[in-house]
Design a protein around this ligand. Structure first.
Ligand code: ATP
Ligand code: MG
Ligand code: MG
Length: 552
């Protein structure tokens, strides 16, 4: 059965195969720089690269693009690998590092020098910028451009040996200082940087630049289709130049697609790092962060991220996606699968005056009403219960579908009860509702009257005290970093976290299985957070509310 192409990259590869331009295995790669945690934008790139490999029965590698040792760390390598795996993606072979190829890269650089395609330049940064020219003005040749190959080789070897201080000279490609593409105006290939590298230690004091490293790493790994975001479109001529000027084992093809941008969200590792460093959030995996680890801790599933990325699609056209679409995908997935439970956020005591003291019964409720195969759960029914303070009104507004004096409601999965008395303390705060339950209403409608709605509830004696971390958007501005006259942190939403202490949940939640969030009926989806839990007292992160406004 033929697989149906669903994005332009897949179409393109199918055409390549049909025309014979491509033969053999399709190889893609995901190439993160280990300078931060992955965010939702990276999820798009991961699912695309691994998805393309799967579609064509090919493979995808995971390669750390580690040419900036000062900004990189093992912590980031570990976090990124964990996140990729959590998304369900299995890379081919071992994890790779661009630094694995430092010896090869060095050899290819010497090859360029020997062929007269690279030279050592001693212009300082300021002069370099001046010689580079502008968009409207061509650059001019460096006075070092015509050095003989032997001299370039000698100097480059000295650079490698540590004979020159940082910044004293660089290796540049000899291409065209008049090119309309500034990336082609003799770009830097290597610079001197005395920095300890997380993989190679102090072996090197020169490090290759991204534009040199990337195409060669791709070629060494046999990557056939090198997918990257649109900002690299202008780098493609350089990518191809490098491949064409070295004895590359194969010729990978770079294809660009649009980055994922979400409103109310920042997707830049540099800015996310600031949120962590300045303490605006708990950590990289704060559930408000758009990082994969933050989304996971919040209760978002890999399946909903896949669904979301499928909805967004892959194209050359940029634009901003509504974060409501992400929330929609999360709800779609969780609604179908999340176990149900009841949790009362703001408990007020209900006494069933006609229920015998000391007695209890166990009600059997489905874990998921549409999925009987998920089984049942036991919920205790006792003389004292809790319902939510918001579910009672002394003077109900019109169309009130909850409890009010002398009104009856059904308690979900339990009996119908009628409110007979509301008791207030001296400050006028409701402290207790005295109700009568109707013993003939378990699973059947009462005779002669109609309940005014269905409420969630828990037993007072047999429920668990839990804390609820209620999240809202981290930023109050739709485009938090659009206005350059203010710092993006000024657009943080001060109410992005509200902690509710002492909510009451079904006792069976103490054995909460943590794979999926719960749907707390009438409230939303909530995911156990071991980091926020205190001893026996669980804490739940609100993943998302129930109300879906996307597309409406
Ligand atoms: P950031 O600006 O957040 O640091 P980056 O592009 O520098 O992102 P890398 O670690 O280099 O981060 O990214 C690895 C891969 O993920 C690259 O191929 C990059 O193009 C892709 N990627 C990064 N951000 C996005 C995004 N918002 N949407 C889609 N792909 C992305
Ligand atoms: Mg990058
Ligand atoms: Mg970056």
């Amino acid at each position: 059965e033929s697989k149906k192409a669903n994005n332009f990259i897949q179409n393109l590869i199918e055409e390549n195969i049909a025309s014979g331009e491509h033969s053999g295995q399709v190889v893609t790669r995901f190439p993160p720089e280990p300078n931060g945690y992955l965010h939702i934008g990276h999820a798009k790139s991961i699912l695309l690269n691994f998805g393309i490999a799967t579609t064509f029965d090919g493979v995808c590698t995971l390669r750390f693009d580690d040419t900036n040792p000062e900004k990189e760390s093992q912590e980031y390598i570990d976090a990124i690998s964990r996140d990729v795996r959590w998304l369900g993606c299995e890379w081919e072979g071992d994890i790779r590092f661009a630094s694995d190829y430092f010896d090869d890269l060095y050899a290819f650089a010497e090859e360029l020098i020997q062929n007269g395609d690279a030279y050592v330049c001693e212009l300082d940064a300021e002069q370099m910028a001046e010689y580079r020219g502008t968009l409207t003005e061509p650059g001019k040749n460096s006075p070092y451009r015509d050095r003989p190959a032997e001299e370039n080789l000698r100097l480059f070897r000295q650079m490698k040996a540590g004979d020159h201080p940082d910044g004293a000279m660089v290796l540049r490609a000899k291409i065209d200082m008049a090119s309309s593409n500034i990336n082609m105006r003799d770009p830097i290939l290597y610079r001197i940087r005395r920095a300890t590298h997380h993989q190679t230690g102090d072996k090197w004091c020169i490090y290759p630049m991204y534009d040199f490293t990337h195409p060669i790493s791709d070629a060494l790994e046999g990557v056939t289709h090198s997918l990257c975001t649109l900002e690299f479109e202008d780098h493609r001529p350089l990518y191809d130049w490098v491949i064409d000027h070295i004895s590359a084992p194969c010729k990978p093809r770079q294809i660009e697609f649009a980055r994922l941008n979400l409103n109310y969200t920042i997707t830049s590792k540099r800015k996310l790092l600031r949120l962590v460093e300045e303490g605006h959030v708990e950590a990289w995996d704060d559930p408000r962060m758009p990082t994969i680890s933050g989304l996971r801790r919040r209760g978002v599933t890999p399946e909903s991220l896949q669904m979301f990325c499928d909805m967004v699609g892959v194209s050359k056209a940029g634009g901003t996606v509504d974060v409501g679409m992400l929330e929609h995908a999360i709800r779609e997935d969780l609604n179908a699968r999340a176990p149900r439970a009841m949790c009362v956020m703001d408990p007020v005591k209900v006494t069933l005056t006609n229920y015998p003291e000391g007695e209890r019964e166990v009600l059997t409720l489905p874990v998921h009403p549409q999925n009987p195969e998920l089984g049942t759960r036991d919920v205790a029914w006792t003389r004292t219960l809790y319902i939510d303070r918001n579910d009672f009104a002394e003077e109900p507004p019109r169309k009130w579908k909850r409890l009010a004096p002398d009104q009856a409601v059904r308690l979900r999965g339990g009996y119908v009860m009628t409110c007979r008395e509301a008791i207030y303390d001296d400050d006028g705060r409701l402290v207790e509702l005295r109700c009568e339950y109707d013993p003939n209403t378990l699973g059947v409608n009462p005779e002669g009257y109609k309940p005014n709605g269905v409420l969630h509830w828990v037993s007072a004696e047999e429920s668990a005290e839990v804390d609820i971390y209620q999240y809202d958007r981290l930023f109050k501005a739709e485009f938090p970093d659009a206005d350059k006259s203010v710092d993006f942190t000024d657009n943080l939403n001060p109410e992005s976290l509200v902690v509710i202490r002492g909510a009451r949940a079904e006792a069976n939640l103490l054995e909460a299985q943590t794979e999926l969030p719960y749907q707390f009926e009438r409230e939303g989806y909530f995911f156990l957070d071991p980091q926020h839990s205190m001893g026996e007292r669980p804490a739940f992160n609100r993943t998302v509310t129930l109300r879906d406004s996307w597309g409406k």
